[in-house]
Design a protein around this ligand. Structure first.
Ligand SMILES: *[C@@H]1O[C@H](CO)[C@@H](O)[C@H](O)[C@H]1NC(C)=O
Ligand SMILES: *[C@@H]1O[C@H](CO)[C@@H](O)[C@H](O)[C@H]1NC(C)=O
Ligand SMILES: *[C@@H]1O[C@H](CO)[C@@H](O)[C@H](O)[C@H]1NC(C)=O
Ligand SMILES: *[C@@H]1O[C@H](CO)[C@@H](O)[C@H](O)[C@H]1NC(C)=O
Ligand SMILES: *[C@@H]1O[C@H](CO)[C@@H](O)[C@H](O)[C@H]1NC(C)=O
Ligand SMILES: *[C@@H]1O[C@H](CO)[C@@H](O)[C@H](O)[C@H]1NC(C)=O
Ligand SMILES: *[C@@H]1O[C@H](CO)[C@@H](O)[C@H](O)[C@H]1NC(C)=O
Ligand SMILES: *[C@@H]1O[C@H](CO)[C@@H](O)[C@H](O)[C@H]1NC(C)=O
Ligand SMILES: *[C@@H]1O[C@H](CO)[C@@H](O)[C@H](O)[C@H]1NC(C)=O
Ligand SMILES: *[C@@H]1O[C@H](CO)[C@@H](O)[C@H](O)[C@H]1NC(C)=O
Ligand SMILES: *[C@@H]1O[C@H](CO)[C@@H](O)[C@H](O)[C@H]1NC(C)=O
Ligand SMILES: *[C@@H]1O[C@H](CO)[C@@H](O)[C@H](O)[C@H]1NC(C)=O
Length: 487
């Protein structure tokens, strides 16, 4: 709570105090809550789903249809696929039963690190959840027509209507005139469980503002939530499905918390969460499946100016159908150079990454351009599943002429601890400094584990081999003080 206390406005804090109490002292009494999907939105029936508390009657869980895309590498156009989203709220111990509409040969439930055990009987799959989780249920190796099964705890402090500080969007379908709403200082937009809003939400120069609840922001015309020149922001609990535009953009914004967000996109440039020139940003417990970078951290672009500092991304699952799960550094200000620093990325499951272009690979990419300096980065507990195509890690001080007007200034002081990769689709990993002035310096991998093998400088190897050969990774002559240690 000390952390929250420093970043959140009082009215939001109050909510969190209640939530924490409810979760710790009263968990057994809250049964699963399912929310009907308004008739005008598409549902999908590859799966049928039911949930219940043990011993209680089953409840049907309606499933949304969600568009997903893959790039056609011949034409550049999008190949559309469709999957399902199931969303419900509960506290503890639910049984889930899924019926697949074809026969089942194999079931994979991601993140694999959750180790969820399922039983298959004919075309039925059953499993238990002991707390809200965000899962992808993949049958017979089909990565598209999956069920994204998402959940939160019920909100113990949901408002019930409008007030001077709350814009309440209740169950059912809603939109605001012109397709967007501006939330002004002191206001919360509350998306109730079962609410579906089809408008973009903007914070312009707004302080002490929030979007929270358990509802959906569905195909808003200009991306999900845009915060510019704003401070003390909370985004909590909502699900955003946006075709194009970013799911959430933070531009020149200070003190932002994004948590329990589920974000999907399905068009080119459909990034998840983009952070520009912002400070004190906490992103946690999010599930992102995007048609471009899931999380991107930059400095200057467009009308956003200044350094980016103190960003934490934790306890989250990322699936990038294009580009990077995490991308850091591309955009900055050549004339008045900026810094992107003090980044913590921890306890992350990368569920997928597919990027055929060598210059845009890396489940985590540190790619400063535009005179950016990226420094003081800690990555800890970063688990990478068997992604389709790309690299585990890519660090380049780059001059990407498509986006940059100068090379980056460097990458300095990066610790990557407990990165675990189990898979066989990683291309050669790349660490490339630009020149002797624009280097990569002091990168340390601690306990890097690739397919069960720990890679460290004193591992058994021919003396003349580089440790990086065992990742494998190409590190050029402008990379200084690269070390691999056991612990
Ligand atoms: C952001 O939070 C810090 C720490 O609580 C506080 O000092 C600062 O004033 C806040 N910034 C704004 C713009 O409110
Ligand atoms: C426990 O929480 C549930 C749901 O929030 C509420 O309905 C119930 O009244 C609470 N029970 C007690 C004993 O506080
Ligand atoms: C299964 O569901 C999908 C999606 O709704 C549908 O396209 C397909 O025809 C269904 N297949 C069978 C065998 O029912
Ligand atoms: C990809 O694009 C090529 C060239 O336009 C086209 O022939 C092919 O059918 C497309 N593939 C898919 C799966 O859409
Ligand atoms: C709540 O306020 C919003 C925005 O002013 C409005 O669109 C909506 O109709 C109000 N809801 C109710 C239930 O009055
Ligand atoms: C929202 O604020 C922007 C910037 O001030 C303004 O241009 C726009 O008209 C506002 N939109 C609405 C719907 O009030
Ligand atoms: C960094 O951001 C976190 C929120 O993620 C905040 O709690 C903390 O006070 C910030 N640290 C500094 C030094 O501003
Ligand atoms: C944010 O505020 C600064 C300073 O007032 C201004 O220069 C900049 O244009 C603003 N950016 C946006 C996106 O409104
Ligand atoms: C390196 O970065 C870490 C944070 O990841 C920081 O604690 C440490 O002080 C930095 N070291 C140097 C030498 O700057
Ligand atoms: C690739 O790895 C997966 C899982 O880690 C394994 O099932 C598969 O057999 C491997 N394929 C090859 C060609 O090694
Ligand atoms: C090293 O990584 C492995 C996972 O590959 C993990 O099981 C082990 O606990 C880690 N060691 C330490 C000291 O953190
Ligand atoms: C960094 O590497 C250089 C050689 O590349 C070496 O001389 C220096 O001692 C190293 N510094 C540290 C602190 O390890």
């Amino acid at each position: 709570m000390t952390l929250l206390a420093s970043v959140l406005p009082a009215f939001v804090l109050f909510t969190f105090t209640l939530a924490a109490t409810a979760q710790s002292s009263n968990t057994t009494s809250c049964k699963p809550e399912v929310h009907p999907i308004p008739a005008e939105f598409k549902t999908r029936n590859t799966f049928a789903a039911k949930v219940r508390s043990p011993g209680s009657p089953w409840q049907d869980l309606q499933l949304w249809e969600v568009p997903l895309t893959e790039v056609n590498t011949s034409s550049g156009s999008s190949i559309y696929h469709y999957g399902s989203i199931g969303y419900f709220d509960f506290c503890t111990d639910v049984e889930v039963i899924l019926t697949y509409n074809r026969s089942i040969d194999s079931v994979t439930i991601r993140p694999l690190s959750y180790n969820i055990q399922s039983a298959v009987n004919g075309n039925e799959i059953t499993f238990m959840l002991s707390r809200p989780r965000n899962l992808v249920i993949e049958i017979n190796g089909d990565i598209w027509d999956v069920l994204h099964l998402l959940s939160n705890t019920p909100d113990p402090d949901a408002p019930t209507g409008n007030s001077s500080s709350v814009v309440y969007v209740g169950p059912g379908s809603h939109s605001f005139p012109g397709g967007s709403i501006n939330i002004t200082s002191g206001q919360t937009l509350y998306l109730a469980a079962g609410a579906v809003l089809t408008s973009t939400i903007n914070f312009y120069e707004a302080n002490d503002v929030a979007v929270r609840g358990r509802g959906f922001l569905y195909q808003p015309p200009k991306g999900g939530i845009l915060a510019e020149n704003s401070s003390n922001i909370l985004i909590d609990g909502v699900t955003i499905v946006t075709p194009g535009g970013y799911v959430v953009t933070l531009g020149q914004t200070e003190n932002a918390t994004i948590r329990n967000l589920h974000g999907f996109s399905s068009k080119g440039n459909g990034d998840g969460i983009d952070v520009f020139c912002s400070k004190n940003v906490l992103i946690e417990s999010v599930f992102m499946r995007n048609s471009d970078d899931c999380i991107a951290i930059y400095a200057h672009r467009w009308n956003y100016w200044g350094d980016t500092r103190n960003v934490t991304v934790q306890d989250s699952s990322l699936w990038a159908d294009l580009a990077h799960p995490i991308n850091i550094g591309t955009h900055g200000n050549t004339d008045s150079p900026e810094v992107i620093e003090d980044l913590i990325i921890r306890n992350i499951d990368v569920l997928d990454h597919r990027e055929p272009q060598a210059l845009y690979q890396g489940t985590i990419a540190l790619n400063p351009g535009d005179n950016n300096l990226v420094q003081h980065v800690l990555v800890d507990d970063f688990r990478v599943e068997n992604f389709r195509e790309g690299q585990l890690v890519n660090m380049r001080v780059m001059y990407n002429e498509k986006y940059n007007t100068s090379p980056g200034r460097g990458i300095h002081n990066v610790t990557i601890r407990n990165m675990v990769y189990n898979g066989n689709h990683s291309n050669l990993n790349v660490l490339v400094g630009y020149d002797e002035e624009r280097t990569i310096s002091f990168v340390q991998f601690i306990n890097l584990t690739v397919n069960g093998e720990v890679i460290y400088d004193t591992m058994p190897k021919p003396k003349w081999y580089s440790t990086s050969d065992f990742v494998p990774m190409y590190a050029n002559e402008h990379v200084k003080n690269l070390t691999f240690v056991l612990e």
